[in-house]
Design a protein around this ligand. Structure first.
Ligand code: IPM
Ligand code: MG
Length: 349
């Protein structure tokens, strides 16, 4: 029987509640579908950082490299500055494993209500550049604490980095029914890196004549997402722009508690990482009410990436059967607990 080796990193906060739920669901699904999944647990977290001074122990990434995929919860804790936790755990994996294509689908699942009256038109995939741009880490501070202190935060865009994410987005858009790709930049104000984004996009577009394209500025696309959701399909944007747009997409789809992510290394030189986008949510940690749907949808993306498309589709159907019955955690207006939703999805499977 084909066995996949998955590294699980629940991380912080509700990551420790939703990842076990996700594992339960994947294990339930695997054997009837003719494959096995072996999870290996890593305790890389802010707790570990506070105890040992490191999120990832020495040699950790080399060990992680051997897995078929990474199932990640969240990182971020009240007692560690956010930039320390992010740069200590999530970014070393995304950047170290060249997971340059961050894929974020958004649509309103059955039974879920959105603030938009025409939310049935939301069917988007946001492709976020995931290794450079505004998250390159380039910059610094001089004259710390003095009145003349200066800080720089330099976005770094490389031709190679931009071209590969565009190519990925075109390949994805081409496989979707509407074959439509929207480029989001801010090339009026950001006249170097974003202009490079535009130029490379339209050069790559020549190879994909079957894909309809358009270009819009990042501020303008927020209004289009709200007012004309049906006019968008696949969207490609830089690391920070797509970060912001994907939160909007999640909220318009009903809740941050349902939105999934895949951090892909499309060439498969390294394992890809799958995570719910909601984060550690310390305000509800330990209460047993975290919404596991984002993690289940994420698990479906992971199965798809592993080549188990049938299992991925079955899981998605089970999720939709449960949302249709409105087995909802409080973020979706219900009173179900993480356990209840998990049980309902296991039963639907
Ligand atoms: C996301 C998150 C992260 C990001 C945070 C937790 C640093 O918002 O995955 O969208 O900005 O990348
Ligand atoms: Mg975000």
């Amino acid at each position: 029987m084909k066995t996949y080796r998955i590294a699980s990193i629940p991380g912080d906060g509700i990551g420790n509640e939703v990842i076990p739920a996700g594992i339960e669901v994947v294990e339930k699904l695997s054997s009837p579908e003719g494959f096995a999944v072996r999870f290996t647990h890593f305790d890389w977290s802010s707790k570990r950082y506070l105890e040992t001074g490191r999120y990832i122990p020495e040699g950790g990434l080399d060990e992680l490299k051997k897995f078929d995929a990474i199932f990640f919860g969240a990182v971020g804790a009240p007692d560690v500055p956010d930039h320390v936790s992010l740069w200590g755990l999530r970014l070393p994996i995304c950047q170290g494993f060249d997971q340059y294509a961050n894929v974020r689908p958004a649509r309103v699942l059955p039974g879920v209500t959105s603030v938009l009256s025409n939310s049935n038109l939301i069917d988007w995939v946001i492709v976020r550049e995931n290794t450079e741009g505004e998250y390159s880490g380039s910059g610094g501070r001089v004259h710390a604490g003095l009145p003349d202190e200066v800080a720089t935060e330099t976005s770094v865009f490389t031709r190679k980095g931009v071209e590969r994410v565009h190519r990925f987005a075109f390949e994805l858009a081409r496989k979707r029914p509407r074959k439509q790709l929207t480029l989001v930049t801010k090339s009026n104000a950001q006249r170097h890196g974003m202009v490079l984004w535009d130029e490379i996009f339209f050069a790559v577009a020549k190879e994909y004549s079957e894909v309809k394209t358009d270009r819009i500025l990042v501020d303008a696309v927020t209004t289009r997402m709200v007012l004309k959701p049906g006019s968008l399909d696949t969207i490609v944007a830089s690391n920070l722009h797509a970060d912001i747009l994907s939160d909007l997409a999640a909220a318009l789809s009903g809740s941050l508690g349902i939105a999934p992510t895949a951090n892909l290394n499309p060439e498969r030189r390294f394992p890809s990482m799958f995570e719910p986008i909601h984060g550690s949510a310390f305000d509800i940690t330990g209460k047993g009410i975290a919404n596991p749907i984002a993690t289940f949808w994420t698990a479906s993306m992971m199965l798809e990436h592993l080549g188990e498309a049938k299992a991925a589709a079955r899981l998605m159907k089970a999720i939709e059967a449960v949302t249709a019955k409105k087995v909802f955690t409080p973020d979706l207006g219900g009173s179900a607990r993480t356990r209840d939703v998990t049980r309902a999805v296991v039963d639907a499977l």
